[in-house]
Design a protein around this ligand. Structure first.
Ligand SMILES: [Zn+2]
Length: 56
């Protein structure tokens, strides 16, 4: 049932919604997060916390 091998696991890039810099990359589970994920992270270019969104 719980398959390993991670076909639902996807590598994504997180891009700052302010400056579009792609600073972070992570992975997500497509089944848990079918939509684009967002999270607040520190952006070194904006030098503050910004909302990061999944980029492709
Ligand atoms: Zn930024």
């Amino acid at each position: 049932m719980a398959k390993k091998g991670g076909e639902a696991r996807t590598l994504i890039t997180l891009g700052c919604t302010e400056c579009r810099d792609r600073t972070y990359s992570t992975s997500k589970n497509r089944r848990n997060d079918p939509n684009r994920i967002e999270m607040r992270k520190y952006c070194p270019r904006c030098r503050s916390h910004q909302l990061y969104r999944e980029a492709r």
